[in-house]
Design a binder for this molecule. Structure first.
Ligand code: XIL
Length: 358
């Protein structure tokens, strides 16, 4: 028996002493998480956090949600909890409870926060009403709101989507919103300046959709950011939402060429809300899920090839909690990287491969 122990010891000794070096590169990578791989690339990888799922999970009814969130990601965005209408139920009356809990969760798990969103044409509180408020009152209400959020979380948010979706899809001019009507075209510059005063440590972002692959709208955003920079407005990053909901398949080169125009302006580039709906792809569901993995990979590779690209975020991580199911009116959509039972999909492996460069 002693003999066999000695033989065993001799057989295993080189392996043990060689430690991780004896493992193949691949097996080491396979045990990595997205956040570890991202950290090695010097980027942040994250997901939007659903208010409902977060609440359920904290009540221990949906534990995998928080486990995966903390294990895989090093940045998060409140999906809805940071929107104006969800915070300020009456003028100056705020319910911070959900946001506070998300910020605490992020701090506990060493995750950064991308705050979302300051000025948007949606999620406007009902009490912002041009029928009963003067333009000056509406401007003051927006200013107060930005200061309220900035003062409370300014030291804890890494990034803040200060202005969201300001460009119109058809005219490529400024979208007609309550803010444009009351404050005028300067509302964008003003919002960024207020945000910077309130939260000087946060990096401030302009965020929009439909701009990942160039085109008229992307050109309009590029021009907007160029003008803001020229005026000395504190805008530090551009967020490309990247909701690919209609079977879009852009090439890596197309995306990188577009993103690079932005980083050339001296702003960071973020992918902020990526999801890839599958039902418009060819083939059966298994083939669609594979195509989806390819699309995730292509966008991440294009992002990694762009200087100044710093944050890559998806609009959730599990098909169980994805806005796409409702938004596309396709209840069986599956746009994210885990399925409804929290099982990884090929897209998760594709993102890991892209981060690991294999
Ligand atoms: C969406 C949320 O995911 C939904 O739950 C909500 O009902 C509507 O808003 N662009 C954005 C996000 O900037 O805030 C939107 O989020 C999705 C599109």
């Amino acid at each position: 028996m002693y003999l066999s122990l000695i033989v065993l010891a001799m057989a295993t000794a080189p392996l043990l002493s060689a430690g991780p070096a004896a493992q193949t590169q691949e097996s080491r990578m396979d045990r990595s998480t997205l956040r570890e791989l991202a950290q090695r690339r010097g980027i942040l990888i994250g997901a939007a956090v659903s208010t409902n799922a977060f609440g359920e999970a904290r009540a221990a009814r949906e534990q995998p949600y928080l486990d995966i969130l903390a294990r895989q990601f090093n940045i998060l965005t409140p999906e809805n909890a940071g929107k104006f209408a969800n915070l300020a139920w009456a003028p100056g009356q705020y319910d911070w409870s959900t946001l506070d809990a998300m910020f605490d969760f992020a701090a506990k798990h060493d995750m950064k926060v991308r705050m979302h969103t300051g000025v948007w044409h949606m999620a406007v509180p009902k009490w912002i009403d041009p029928a009963v408020m003067t333009p000056a009152q509406i401007e003051q209400a927006l200013k107060d709101h930005i200061f309220a959020v900035g003062k409370r979380y300014g030291d804890r948010m890494a990034y803040w989507d200060v202005v969201n979706e300001a460009i119109d899809d058809k005219t490529f001019g400024l979208r007609k919103t309550v803010w444009l009507e009351a404050i005028g075209p300067d509302y964008i510059a003003k919002a960024f300046r207020w945000a910077h005063q309130a939260a000087p440590k946060a990096k401030l972002v302009y965020n929009d959709y439909g701009i990942i692959a160039g085109g008229d709208k992307a050109n309009a955003v590029l021009e907007l950011v160029k003008q803001l920079k020229k005026q000395g407005v504190p805008v530090h990053a551009v967020g490309f939402q990247c909701h690919l909901l209609n079977g879009e398949r852009h090439s890596r080169q197309t995306i990188t060429d577009n993103l690079r125009r932005f980083s050339d302006l001296g702003v960071e580039v973020h992918i902020t809300e990526m999801d890839v709906a599958i039902e418009k792809f060819e083939g059966d569901r298994a083939a669609q899920i594979q195509t989806q993995a390819q699309v995730y990979r292509t966008v991440l590779e294009a992002f990694l090839a762009t200087p100044g690209a710093t944050v890559f975020q998806m609009w959730g991580f599990t098909d169980r909690h994805s806005w796409v199911n409702n938004f596309c009116k396709r209840p069986t959509e599956a746009a994210l990287i885990y399925d409804r039972d929290y099982q990884p999909k090929p897209a998760l492996g594709a993102l890991m491969d892209a981060l690991a460069g294999r």
